[in-house]
Design a protein around this ligand. Sequence first.
Ligand code: XIL
Length: 763
Amino acid sequence: MSGKYKRMIMILFIAVVLVSLCWLAFNKGADTPADTAIYNGDILNTTKDGSNNEPNPGPETSGAPSSQFKTITFEDDTAGGFSGRAGTETLTITGDGNHTEAGSKALKVEGRLDTWHGPSLRVETYVDKGYEYKVTAWVKLISPESSQLQLSTQVGDGNSANYVTLASKTISTSDGWVQFEGSYRYNNVSSEYLTIYIESSSNATASYYIDDISFERTDSGSISIQKALTPIKDAYESNFLIGNAISAEDLEGVRLELLKLHHNVATTGNAMKPDALQPTKGNFTFTAADALVDKILDEGMMMHGHVLVWHQQSPSWMNKTAAGAPLSRDEALANMRDHIKTVIEHFEDKVISWDVVNEAMNDNPTNPTDWKASLRQSPWYEAIGDDYLEQAYLAAREVVDGHPDWNIKLYYNDYNEDNQNKAQAIYNMVKDINDRYAVKHPGKLLIDGIGMQGHYNINTNPDNVKLSLEKFISLGVEVSITELDIQAGNNFVLSEKQANAQGYLYAQLFKIFKEHAANITRVTFWGMDDNTSWRASSNPLLFDKDLQAKPAYDAVINPEAFIADHEPESTEAKQVTAAFAHPTIDGIVDDVWSGTPEIPMNQYQMAWKGATGVAKALWDNENLYVLFQVSDAQLDKTSTNAWEQDSVEIFLDQNNAKTSFYQDDDGQYRINFDNETSFNPTSIANGVISATKVSGTNYTVEVMIPLKYITPMNNTKLGFDVQINDAKAGTRQSVVAWNDLTGTGYLDTSVFGVLTLIGKATD
Ligand code: XIL
């Protein structure tokens, strides 16, 4: 550990002692319920992105015990306190329909223009701090035919607010009235601004009715944290800093206790993003961020800065004209530099590091050697060009070099960096930029560190995380894990088995992090508990909604023991054979297919069990042949995403190396019922021949795939899987495979089964 950290830890220790004393004094006599300070992908909760964050006019609050909430039925011809989040929505009381027989009115929500728009209700007057509330709303979709909708809560106002999804569903107009129900514990009423609202994370214009809104305190009582737990920061004291993402609700009461017990560094979840700090040109709004940063420092923790240059949560004036066209290079560069300089100078060395650029790289780029061609076509890229990133680091470097007494590391931060193609492109980019910088500035780095966000799920292969980590370390930069969470389960439900599988992956990751601790500065979780997470519905964190430790906590504290105790039953790859014969590829099932075994597909990867079918395989000296006979209830290829059309897929690892990423011999072949093909990577298309035949809503597919990387012989083993995608109304409703349950076969060949070639007569 460096002297710097030792000093910081000493300061921290003293601060923790002082704060604990204050805490004891504060907590004395604070035990009347209403008074006790006790305290929220792929569904995402949406912030008010780039919007004005002025509070809606709402009820006055007095700090008195909560008033009684009366179910809002709209029968009195008023909106019951609801108003549009944006102010531009059209909310009307209508007699078009009602959720119950008894009434006749509902609130109609129209004129939404963005995903976060919708009806919102202030609820702070009904909340006793520290208690959990059950929120219920009945919703009926008007348009489009099907849409995701969600019930959410906002805790706090303005830039330091937290936005949490309480319930999410994709519903159809034919479903009629649908109940959305979820709960939230308001441990902190964040300056008395709390709302509940109904929005969509994916549809900006959906319209709907709402009715019968209720908001009731549950009988789960108040909570306290487990103070005797080993602090995570202590367990990793000699390894790296332990961080978390914060919003205003984390800086009071039990949430602050939990934050301080386990962490020594924080990142603001939203408050230091471009839209929060400079919503309009030249108008810097630091108040909310300052309050968070100062509080964190006062509490003896450190701060990391997130984020200066990004394509999301950034106001469009920075890089686009009012009409939406890219600004000129010079104008955009000037805006970017000014933002970087002003923000870095404002926070001075209150931060230990900055994410200068976030998420610049495309997902799974096809040609990572060409990092420039792998860049995301973000508004910054479009206005400035492929050197925008380098320009951002040069601007940031100039500012920090102007303050030799500061020690601020400049980071590049991204997600899905366990994907080997993305990691390779990032590696090439950082290497190229740093190498060229070093020519003029010998021995110096322009990009000091790489942040691996770490938004994982229980199917993430830790081998890939390790490969990327080592790749980045080899660049001579520091690495931090910056936004760690692991999605497990869904719909706010986590089974014991899933909780252990989640713990197992946390343990595997922390074992890897520990082994590479010399090069890792910080590991930051993205949220403390499942209730407040940005991915609340998939339970991704170490503490549950009552702030109690989950198996994931134990896994992090002692990875080796957790791994030893929870070794999952090994799931053997399935085995099947292919006979030697050559079919005609015409969609008609020749007799030769009868001499080879059926490959049943029954590993359903989603909750819904849709289209089924069987496959078969044959081979000859050059090719592999695959037959699918699919039984489907409706044929649909309306989605623009090939994988969301009725289609079949073949996963092939010709040398059966079972690598956790794709090598040259690996490929994914997709054919829809209309014989339209798509390939991953695209280069494998060459030589593939396919034919389909539709009969009613069933279809047959025949495919020939050249075996270019091996010489097929009797007993040759191929990594192999087959899959059916079932689409309905433009979305994929079911996926079934022969071997893989994880759905990661498109990037990880270790999840494939094994196909053995047999039956060739010896010559
Ligand atoms: C998330 C926040 O946690 C949410 O509250 C917000 O609605 C969206 O952004 N990568 C990042 C983070 O770099 O800034 C994102 O944070 C999560 C993904």
